[in-house]
Design a protein around this ligand. Structure first.
Ligand code: AMP
Ligand code: GLY
Length: 428
C-alpha cells in the first residue's frame, strides 16, 4: 500500500522508520517531514490545514492510507475530510478528537461513564474560579486547565493565591463576573502519585493494548524547572503492572470507547491515556488523540509487527484478532533540545551525529533542518537519542553513550532519564 504520513517531529520520524520497514508498505510519502524522515520517505510539500490539497494529493498519487501524526490536524477535522473522499485514515474524527481538544468534553464524559479522574468544576470567569477552589474542599494545590489545545502549556498548578488570580485574569480577561475572551477552563483537585502513559489502538469497537511508557515533562534533572513537551521516556513502564493495566482497561479505556461509540462519535486511532497512579488506583489525567512525543519513539523501537498492516486494520475497523507485537527489551530515549527550550530555542546550531548509531542506538530527528549541507537545529526539541537494553539501567547506559557521541554545542539534555526505574532496579 501507498501511505502518506503527516507531521514533522520525532514522533513522525519514528513512525516513518517503522512504516518503511513494514512488509505491507510499498511507498511512503511524508509531509512536511524532516531530514531524518527523508531517509525513510519521499518528502512532499503539503499544508495539513488545506484539506483539499491533501485529498487531491492522495487521489493523484494512489494513497491507500493516511497516518496523521499530530493532534492539530485531527482536532481540525482532517480525518473527516479524507474519509468523506473515501481514503482510509489512521486517526480519529473531529468529534472523537475532542477527547484531547477539549478538557471539559473529557471531564463530562468521565462523569457520564463513571471514569476515575480528578474531581473538577468548569469555570468561565474569575469568581467561578475562586469558588471552585473553595468548593473542591481539598486545600491547595489546585490544577487550572485551559480548554483547547495548549501544547503542554495549558496547565497551572497553584494555591488560592496571586498565581491563581493572574491565571484566571489571563484566561478570562477583566475580573469578577466578566469573560472577555470566550475561554473556558476547568479547576480540578491535585492528584498525588506517579504518572504513566498507557496506549491502545481502537477501531471504535476492538481495543488493542499498545504499550506503556513514562515521560519526563520537566526540563531539568530531578524533575525541576518548567514543563516541556517531554524530555525523555522509556517503555515499558514497569510501574504499570499487569494488574494496573487491566484496571486501566476496565475502568478507564473500555468505558470511554463504549461511550464514544454509543454517543455516535466512535473513536478510531491511537488513544493515549495520561494516568496518575494514586493510592486509590489509576485515574485519568488527560487523553491525547495521537501517539506521545517522545513516547512513540520508544514504542516504535520495541514494536516488532507490521505497522502499516496494523494501522490499516485499525482504519478499516478490522482490529479484531490483530496482535500488538513488542519485544521484551526496554527502550529509552533522551531528548536533545536547543538552548533556551522550552522558552525561545536557539536555532541554527550545528549538529554532528558522529557514530551515535554505531552501537545499535537510533537517532530520531525532531527539530532539524539542512542548511548549506550542514545538519542544524531548527526547533526546541531537536534529536531523540533512543536505545534498547535488558532493563532501564542498560537502556539508559546505551542511550547516553550515543548522546555522548553527538556533537551539538548549542544543545542540552537531561542526564537522568529513567531515574525512578533505575533506582528501583538498583534496590531490587
Ligand atoms: P495535562 O496537559 O493535562 O497532561 O497536564 C500536564 C501535567 O500537569 C501532567 O502531566 C501532570 O504532571 C500535571 N497535572 C495535570 N493534572 C493534574 C492533576 N489533577 N493532579 C496533579 N497533576 C496534574
Ligand atoms: N510527551 C507528552 C505528549 O506527547 O503529550
Amino acid at each position: 500500500m501507498n501511505i502518506l504520513l503527516l507531521g514533522s517531529g520525532g514522533r513522525e520520524h519514528a513512525l516513518a522508520w517503522k512504516l518503511a520497514q513494514s512488509p505491507s508498505c510499498t511507498k511512503l510519502y511524508a509531509a512536511p517531514g524532516n531530514p531524518g524522515i527523508a531517509e525513510d520517505a519521499e518528502l512532499v510539500t503539503l499544508d495539513a490545514s488545506d484539506h483539499g490539497a491533501v485529498t487531491h494529493f492522495c487521489a493523484t498519487n494512489g494513497v491507500d492510507l493516511v497516518v496523521i501524526g499530530p493532534e492539530a490536524p485531527l482536532v481540525d477535522g482532517l480525518a473527516d475530510s479524507l474519509r468523506a473522499k473515501g481514503f482510509a485514515v489512521f486517526g480519529p474524527s473531529q468529534l472523537a478528537a475532542q477527547l484531547e481538544g477539549s478538557k471539559s468534553f473529557t471531564k463530562r464524559l468521565c462523569d457520564r461513564a463513571g471514569i476515575p479522574t480528578a474531581r473538577y468544576f468548569e469555570v468561565h470567569n474569575y469568581n467561578e474560579g475562586g469558588k471552585a477552589m473553595t468548593a473542591l474542599g481539598t486545600g491547595a494545590p489546585y490544577v487550572i486547565k485551559a480548554d483547547g489545545l495548549a501544547a503542554g502549556k495549558g496547565v497551572v498548578i497553584a494555591g488560592y493565591n496571586d498565581e491563581a488570580r493572574h491565571t484566571f485574569i489571563d484566561l478570562f480577561g477583566g475580573d469578577g463576573e466578566t469573560n472577555t475572551t470566550g475561554a473556558k477552563a476547568v479547576v480540578e483537585e491535585f492528584l498525588e502519585g506517579e504518572e504513566a502513559s498507557f496506549f491502545v489502538l481502537t477501531d471504535g469497537e476492538t481495543i488493542l493494548p499498545f504499550g506503556t511508557a513514562q515521560d519526563h515533562k520537566r526540563v531539568g534533572d530531578g524533575d525541576e524547572g518548567p514543563n516541556t513537551g517531554g524530555m525523555g521516556a522509556y517503555s515499558p513502564a514497569p510501574v504499570l503492572t499487569p494488574e494496573l493495566q487491566q484496571r486501566t482497561l476496565e475502568e478507564i479505556i473500555k468505558p470511554t470507547v463504549e461511550a464514544m461509540r454509543a454517543e455516535g462519535m466512535p473513536y478510531s486511532g491511537v488513544l493515549y491515556a495520561g494516568l496518575m497512579l494514586t493510592a486509590d488506583g489509576p485515574k485519568l489525567i488527560e487523553y491525547n488523540c495521537r501517539f506521545g512525543d517522545p513516547e512513540c519513539q520508544v514504542l516504535m523501537m520495541r514494536f516488532a509487527g507490521d505497522l502499516a498492516a496494523v494501522m490499516m486494520a485499525c482504519a478499516k475497523g478490522e482490529l479484531a484478532g490483530v496482535k500488538g507485537e513488542f519485544t521484551d527489551d526496554t527502550a529509552l530515549t533522551v531528548v536533545m533540545a536547543a538552548e533556551g527550550y522550552p522558552g525561545t530555542p536557539e536555532k541554527g546550531g550545528a549538529i554532528d551525529l558522529g557514530d551515535a548509531e554505531a552501537g545499535g542506538a537510533k537517532v530520531f530527528h525532531a527539530g532539524t533542518a539542512m542548511k548549506d549541507g550542514q545538519l542544524v537545529a531548527s526547533g526546541g526539541r531537536v534529536l531523540n537519542v533512543t536505545a534498547t537494553g535488558a532493563n532501564v539501567t542498560e537502556a539508559q547506559k546505551a542511550a547516553y553513550a550515543a548522546v555522548d557521541a553527538i556533537g551539538f554545542e548549542s544543545g542540552f539534555c537531561r542526564r537522568d532519564i529513567g531515574w525512578r526505574e533505575v533506582e528501583r532496579e538498583r534496590d531490587n
